[in-house]
Design a protein around this ligand. Structure first.
Ligand SMILES: Cc1cc2nc3c(=O)[nH]c(=O)nc-3n(C[C@H](O)[C@H](O)[C@H](O)COP(=O)(O)OP(=O)(O)OC[C@H]3O[C@@H](n4cnc5c(N)ncnc54)[C@H](O)[C@@H]3O)c2cc1C
Length: 417
């Protein structure tokens, strides 16, 4: 950082506001935009950025009911990977990992992407079979993935109990070297700053309450603050709230919202430089640059809009983590939290146009949508600018549920976000 940002000057800046300029500007809401994006998470902001950058469409508003990143984008456990199960899914997520690899340079913002490798453990024969299946499909799509045995696993993660006498012995793992973790807030801020610089208006504390549709075509939106904005295009990027927004346009979607919880420990010295996931034990862990261990699980077993943590979650989590790494028994949890996940029946997203002209969706991100932010933004920008979905998202249309063309990703996306 150089001498300009010594510890004292950082403290002074923090206390006084200093001369740091705002990352993005405040604008009054205009009464007309070419595109209105609902939701200031990674998906909405990335779509705004790529509309402006790749297509020169800058008369764009992002409406966010709270602050940017207040939804899943600021609450996730920041795991990125592309070792999915279907060819459609693998190609899609791989494009996102590639965009993430260059994102810091593209946005001129340090997003702290650490490609430290990702392990999905198998504790029984059937999960070992699924890992082998995933590894083969991955290789066919050019994605680095292979099944490794307990000896290699213990070299990568010495703290894992790979002995044969545990309750859930580790028989092998799917190893995916390009996977890793990133700083989620930085991704959100980086996209917001870059979109703003290209002319996009980001409106925080601006809740959408109505979508006006005439003759089956979007004509405008209304906000809780009384703004009426005319626009021919609305893009729904509201994840856990997405059915509520689609209902406003009269579009019903096969999405249910479930809470997903996570927790973080006190910081300790670095000892874990791989992401470890166990689908069978419903848990996963990684270590941040600050030394904290970040844990997650599968979604709560009931649909809800609540973001409260539960004791049941931490109890189950602690038991399962100690099965995997008994040496962590003295670690203290610092805090836990929850976010909302918009689950689809096939664990794949819903992207593209809807039966209402001008109303587009980029939803159904479940527990795994942060990693898809860049590719989704790029693809939705192409879809809006080009008038039809680009090939990379053609399998994820809303009409697949009626046509029975599901893209089944449950085997790769249930716990392993
Ligand atoms: C605990 C947890 C762990 C996760 N871990 C991972 C992971 O490791 N890897 C991964 O890839 N994914 C993970 N996810 C999933 C990921 O966080 C989401 O899929 C992703 O962030 C969705 O991004 P988004 O931009 O679509 O939605 P969000 O970030 O949820 O943004 C939607 C925004 O819409 C706003 N909004 C809602 N209603 C309105 C309205 N009426 N008007 C205006 N604005 C509105 C909300 O305030 C919100 O900010 C996890 C999720 C959780 C909760």
């Amino acid at each position: 950082m150089g001498s300009r940002y010594s510890a004292w000057s950082l403290l002074r800046h923090g206390l006084t506001g200093g001369d740091w300029s705002r990352a993005f500007r405040h604008h009054p809401v205009k009464n007309s935009y070419d595109v209105v994006i609902i939701g200031g998470g990674v998906h909405g902001l990335a779509a705004a950025y790529y509309l402006a950058k790749n297509h020169g469409i800058t008369n764009v508003a992002v409406l966010e009911k709270s602050y940017i990143g207040s939804g899943g984008s600021g609450r996730n456990t920041a795991i990125l990977r592309s070792n999915y199960l279907t060819p459609e899914g693998i190609r899609f997520y791989d494009r996102s990992v590639k965009l993430y690899e260059h994102l810091a340079a593209d946005l001129n913002f340090n997003v702290m992407f650490s490609q430290r490798g990702h392990l999905t453990l198998a504790h029984n024969d059937s999960s070992l079979r699924t890992m082998a299946w995933r590894a083969e499909v991955n290789k066919l799509q050019g994605v680095d993935s292979s099944v490794i045995g307990p000896d290699e696993i213990s070299k990568l993660v010495p703290y894992l109990d790979t002995s044969a006498h545990t309750r859930y012995p580790i028989l092998g793992a799917l190893y995916h070297p390009p996977g890793g973790i990133i700083r989620h807030d930085a991704v959100v801020w980086g996209y917001a700053r870059a979109a703003d610089a290209l002319g996009v208006h980001i409106h925080q504390n601006t809740e959408l309450v109505g979508i006006d549709v005439e003759a089956n075509r979007v004509v405008g939106v209304r906000t809780a603050g009384g703004d009426r904005i005319s626009t021919p295009i609305v893009l729904n990027c509201t994840a856990g709230w997405s059915t509520l927004i689609s209902d406003l346009a009269g579009v019903s979607m096969p999405v249910q919202t479930f809470p997903l919880q996570a927790a973080v420990t006190e910081p300790v010295k670095p000892f874990l430089d791989t992401v470890v996931v166990s689908g069978t034990l419903h848990t996963y862990v990684s270590q941040t640059d600050r030394g904290e261990l970040v844990f997650g699980a599968s979604v709560d077993p009931f649909a809800s809009y609540s973001t409260r943590g539960s004791l049941e979650f931490v109890e189950g989590l602690a038991g399962h983590v100690l099965e995997l790494m008994p040496a962590l028994s003295k670690m203290r949890l610092l805090r836990q939290w929850a976010g909302l996940c918009d689950m689809t029946p096939d664990y794949s997203p819903i992207m593209g146009p809807t039966p209402v002209e001008g109303f587009h969706v980029d939803v159904g991100w479940g527990t795994y949508g942060f990693k898809a932010g860049p590719v989704s933004g790029e693809a939705m920008a192409d879809c809006i600018a080009g008038g039809r979905p680009p090939e990379i998202i053609s399998a994820f249309g809303l009409d697949r549920f009626e046509a029975g063309r599901l893209v089944g990703e449950k085997g790769a996306a249930a716990v392993g976000h």
